[in-house]
Ligand binder design. Structure first.
Ligand SMILES: Cc1cc2nc3c(=O)[nH]c(=O)nc-3n(C[C@H](O)[C@H](O)[C@H](O)COP(=O)(O)O)c2cc1C
Length: 185
């Protein structure tokens, strides 16, 4: 297998992190991986807020968690399963907040997805764990906007907690659907 095959196969979401901070040069590699992604008309609608302040991310995460649990009380089990104080950012030492330029053309969310997948694969390549977190958009967008002073023309689309994997808790591999292709020769 090539290294890319291995990375794609071995990547899975990590929801339990060590406290060890992630060195700045590795975080820069994640961002340059995102920067090299393709985008429609090369519009590059992305901006990344790399937050290494756990006090701040915990404050945001806990407020959003209150709202999340009002809608989905069963998710409280996750805090127990992963032994974390909040299930938005899983107590990761770094959280990358990904925003998108609202004025970019309609393919902007595809552009964001391509850049974000580059981050996920590069994290795996660097021996880091991470997980895409969409809940923050549904339950804490306004909190993130206020705390990180996100400009009016940017829209939060995802957060990515990042850190070294704590393998004491099994994140579990998710099954993949079969029959996802129709061959037409
Ligand atoms: C757009 C998006 C949003 C997601 N939001 C969350 C989330 O809010 N919380 C979470 O724990 N996982 C979240 N995930 C992770 C998915 O649950 C995970 O990718 C999926 O179950 C497949 O597992 P794997 O990443 O380990 O292969 C999200 C994934 C994507 C792509």
């Amino acid at each position: 297998m090539t290294e890319l095959d291995e990375l794609i196969s071995s990547r899975s979401s990590c929801r339990k992190f060590l406290d060890t901070p992630v060195p700045r040069d590795l975080l820069e590699k994640l961002i340059s991986a995102a920067q090299r992604a393709p985008s429609a008309r090369n519009q590059q609608p992305w901006h990344f807020y790399v937050v290494n302040n756990k006090e701040l991310t915990t404050k945001i995460g806990k407020q959003a968690q209150v709202r999340l649990l009002e809608h989905e009380p069963k998710m409280a089990e996750r805090a127990e399963t992963f032994k974390v104080s909040n299930i938005l950012f899983y107590d990761a030492p770094t959280v990358i907040f990904c925003t998108c330029n609202k004025k970019a053309i309609s393919t902007r969310y595809l552009d964001m997805g391509l850049a974000i997948e580059n981050i996920l694969l590069m994290a795996e390549r660097l021996g880091l764990g991470c997980v895409p977190v969409g809940w923050i958009v549904g339950h804490g967008k306004d909190i993130v906007d206020a705390e990180l002073k996100i400009p009016e023309d940017e829209e939060l689309v995802l957060a990515i907690p990042v850190g070294y994997k704590d393998t004491s808790v099994d994140g579990g591999r998710r099954d993949r659907k079969e029959n996802i292709v129709t061959w037409i020769d």
